[in-house]
Every structure is written in C-alpha cells, then in structure tokens.
Ligand binder design. Structure first.
Ligand code: PRP
Length: 212
C-alpha cells in the first residue's frame, strides 16, 4: 500500500531558499515549490512529500498538533515557543545569534535602576535576565526592534543579529551574546514512531549531503 506523503512545514522568508536548495541537493524535485504562485500545499519529490510554507511560529504549531509530520524552523522560534516535539537535526544554515544590544557606548549594567527591554522574543529575553537574577520590564515588539531604543521606548533590545549591519546603521552595538542560532529539523512525536523508517531515511540523506 502506498503511504500518504510526509507533510513538512517550511519557514517562509529567510530560511526558505536554503531549505529548498537542501531538498534539491538530496535529490528531490522542488519545481512546484519554486513556481508556487499562491498555492499553499505543494508536492515535493515523487509523491514522497507535501510542503507547507508558513510563518515560523506556525511551523511549530502545525508540527505540535501533528497536522505536519516535520518542520524546518529557526532555533530562535523554538527557544521562544517551547518544544513539545523532537528537534532531530541542526541543518547548519540560517546561522545567526541572539544578542542583547543597546546604544553604542552605553554602560547597560551600570547602576541599579530598573531596565526596559524591547524584543520580538519576550520569553527568551525574560529567561536571559532571570538567569542573571535581574528584574527587567520586557515590551514585545513585532518587528524592527532596533527602533525601540532609538525612540526611547527601551534601554536595550534582545534580538537576532546576523551580519550586525542593522545594529551598526542605527548606532547600536552588541552588549552580550546570548546564544547561537541555526535552522533545525523538528518532528511530531507520534510521526517519529509511526513514520520512523521514512524519517530516518530523510535524515540520513541530509547528513550524507552535508558530509557527516
Ligand atoms: C532581523 C532582526 C534584525 C535583523 C538582523 O530582522 O530582527 O532586525 O534581522 O540582521 P543583520 O544583523 O544582518 O542586520 P528581520 O529582517 O528578520 O525582520 P524584522 O525586523 O521585521 O523582524
């Protein structure tokens, strides 16, 4: 009996190109994804996979609920949104880091006054300061977080830094690196049991392609 395709949720945007290239490198036809138009569920390979393109946090939601067997998502989103799934592979692309950043020359840790932090990742920001025993106010911002200290809304930001150019062009600098980030392959817990052989075969093809 032919199995239904494995369904994979891919993060749109930054990780999209590298993920599609990876699938092509391991030999799967990605024509339909490359020419997707407005279609949301796309076939990949020869009927082995179905790809769904989604926002990062939604990739996690789909995998957690089991409507997608697998997902490709950044470690940043995993750290922010928790993990009731298996994280089985570091894909090695989408490399960047979480950092605390603030205005150039500011002495962030000086004095005892309460600090305000802006971030798209409030849970990551809170747990970073909890680990330091510091009580800070965290304000959630949806994008261009660098604006918050420039507008006087926050003392600093917790955000993703890739090349560092957004910080530089806005008079900000890294105060402290929090952790490294890269794209991960995640799997629904039930799928890992029920579709074990197919998932292991995909993982081993990826590892071979990456020269492990
Ligand atoms: C991310 C991040 C920084 C920028 C860092 O934002 O929030 O703003 O990239 O990259 P850099 O170090 O190479 O300059 P993104 O472009 O994903 O969009 P957003 O600001 O709307 O979240």
């Amino acid at each position: 009996m032919k199995m239904k395709p494995l369904r994979i949720a891919l993060t749109k945007g930054r990780l999209e190109k590298d993920t599609i290239s990876l699938f092509e490198t391991i030999g799967y036809n990605c024509e339909a994804v490359r020419n997707k138009g407005r279609k949301l569920i796309l076939p990949v390979g020869d009927g082995e996979f179905e790809v769904v393109l989604a926002k990062a946090a939604d990739v996690i939601t789909y995998v957690e609920h089991g409507v997608c067997d697998l997902g490709v998502v950044g470690k940043d989103t995993i750290l922010e949104n928790g993990s009731s799934f298996y994280e089985i592979l570091d894909l090695g692309f989408g490399k960047c880091r979480f950092a605390l950043a603030g205005p150039v020359g500011c002495d962030f840790y000086k004095g005892y006054s309460s600090r305000t932090i802006a971030s798209k990742y409030p849970n990551v920001a809170r747990s970073f300061f909890e680990s330091k025993g510091m009580d800070v106010r965290v304000i959630k911002i949806e994008g261009s977080v660098e604006l918050a200290p420039l507008l006087g809304l926050s003392d600093a930001i917790v955000d993703i830094v890739e090349t560092g150019s957004t910080l530089k062009e806005n008079g900000l600098e890294v105060i402290e690196t929090i952790c490294d980030i890269s794209a991960r392959l995640i799997v629904n817990t039930a799928s890992l049991k029920l579709r074990k052989r197919e998932i292991e075969s995909l993982v081993s093809r990826i590892e071979t392609a990456r020269g492990k």
